[in-house]
Design a protein around this ligand. Structure first.
Ligand code: ACO
Length: 440
């Protein structure tokens, strides 16, 4: 099959958010810590009406409704998430409820979990299926969704929530470049969720940043080793990253620039003003202020052009975990005039703590691209239709989630009227912990 990749993207964001300046005030931290220090503007969150199943139900049903396809056209459905509510039953099986009216139960694929990486693993599975002998000619759907919340403290402003559903098949507009993939996986306790009764992770913030930046270096090295010729950031029109918070992404772009600098055979000519750094060792530089500052300054215009446009959803919704990097892709696609998109090459870096990471690239082809972008813009326009709530109310909602998690029987107390029309929500949980969903 030709041009295998992403044919459509549907993004789901929560209908409520808290403003990061309000949160700075409420948390009594210094002004600018979340907004300038982390680069975040707003943070989306869900009430107890939404869980991982409902988010994925919303994403898949809206993707199908908006793209003139039928459930019988789908031969594979993959879910990537780290929001676990059942140790055995997958989200994928819940989504099969949507397929029931079509009579199509012949749908491969299941859930994949490792922190923020599951969506990318799911995407790779779907691509492999289409390129394999098992492919039956039908399309695949990849869903990535999470509810990212942290206990009170310095990680809380880096939460978020969201879902993305992507239609995968041949003749796609976002073609995944074959053979060009770099991967780095290793064992680390930077961020994990050992307490199965809690939605909150255990986080070693500093270690997680070091692991992320090291994974970025390793994936870039591995990606470049697959390319022919001299490749550096100049060969990409855009670079999108998994985005725990926007400031880390600006540092990450600077990090790729540092890699390019060290790889260059003509440092003096191509990178004037950075001579003093020519003998440094990458592994010693994760928290080196001088190097970070120098390379952030030198790469500023590259960042403004190639990466900043990808941060719209991340800055206004927060870290969505598995959908985060696809939010970067969606934001970039909607920020560029349609006519300028065909032919562009996008680098993608996906990271999940623990840790699993990959880098790959996308080539944009005009296979009904306008239709895809129009649909995507409608999703992003919902940013303006959200309800801003106070940090007090946000904290109250998180307390309700915490108290009610795994309660049975349970009827959610969140207000259905606050949801966007067409949203699936949890209507109740019975005494056997079986969950029931309805659509607003
Ligand atoms: N004005 C401007 N900037 C400020 C201010 C202020 N008033 N106050 C602080 N800052 C800056 C700091 O200098 C720092 O910038 P720097 O990183 O460039 O030095 C930044 O704001 C953050 O401040 P810290 O004190 O370093 O933040 P803290 O330690 O409280 O927490 C952290 C930050 C570690 C990211 C925390 O939010 C966290 O643990 N988040 C979850 C883990 C995470 O997202 N890890 C990333 C990869 S893994 C993943 O995706 C989950």
């Amino acid at each position: 099959p030709k041009d295998v990749g992403i044919r459509a993207i549907h993004f789901v964001i929560p209908s409520m958010y808290v403003d990061q300046t309000d949160l700075e005030h409420y948390d009594q931290v210094s002004k600018g810590k979340y907004t300038i220090g982390l680069g975040q503007k707003q943070m989306g969150f869900c009430t107890d009406l939404e869980d991982i199943n409902s988010l994925c139900l919303t994403a898949v049903s809206q993707l199908v409704d908006n793209n003139n396809i039928n459930y019988s056209d789908i031969g594979r459905l993959e879910v990537g998430t780290e929001t676990i509510i059942d140790k055995s039953k997958s989200v994928k099986t819940v989504l099969m409820k949507l397929f029931e009216p079509s009579g199509n139960f012949h749908v491969e694929g299941i859930d994949t979990t490792n922190a923020c990486y599951g969506g990318t693993a799911a995407l790779f599975n779907a691509l492999s299926w289409i390129e394999s002998s098992a492919w039956d000619g039908r399309l695949a759907i990849v869903v990535a969704a999470d509810i990212a919340i942290y206990e009170k403290g310095n990680a809380r402003p880096t939460g978020g929530a969201g879902a993305v559903a992507m239609l995968i098949g041949p003749n796609a507009s976002l073609v995944i470049e074959r053979g060009l993939r770099g991967t780095y996986m290793n064992h680390a306790y930077d961020f994990f969720k050992p307490d199965l009764t809690s939605e909150y992770p255990v986080v070693d913030g500093k270690l997680s940043i070091q692991c992320y930046l090291n994974a970025l270096d390793q994936c870039y090295k591995s990606y470049l080793s697959k390319c022919h010729g001299n490749i550096n950031l100049n060969k990409f029109d855009s670079f999108v990253f998994h985005t725990p918070y926007c400031k880390l992404v600006q540092k990450s772009l600077a990090r790729l620039y540092l890699n390019d600098y060290l790889n260059s055979n003509s440092k003096e000519m191509d990178y004037p003003g950075l001579e003093e750094y020519k003998n440094i060792n990458l592994a010693d530089t994760y928290f080196d202020r001088d190097i970070e500052k120098a390379f952030m300054e030198h790469s500023r215009s590259v960042f403004e052009n190639k990466t900043k446009p990808s941060l719209l959803l991340a800055s206004r919704v927060g870290n969505m975990y598995t959908p985060s990097v696809y939010g970067g892709l969606a934001s970039y696609l909607c920020s560029i005039p349609l006519d300028n998109l065909p032919g562009k090459k996008i680098g993608v870096f996906s990271y999940g703590s623990g840790l699993a990471s990959s880098m790959y690239s996308i080539k944009i082809v005009d296979n009904e691209l306008a239709y895809m972008i129009t649909n995507l813009k409608k999703c992003i326009d919902k940013l303006e239709k959200r309800i801003r709530v106070t940090p007090e109310k946000f904290t109250e909602v998180l307390e309700i989630r915490q108290k009610s998690l795994h309660q049975a029987p349970y009827v959610p107390v969140g207000n259905k009227k606050d949801l966007f029309p067409g949203t699936w929500y949890l209507s109740n949980i019975d005494e056997l912990h079986r969950r029931y969903y309805e659509r607003q």
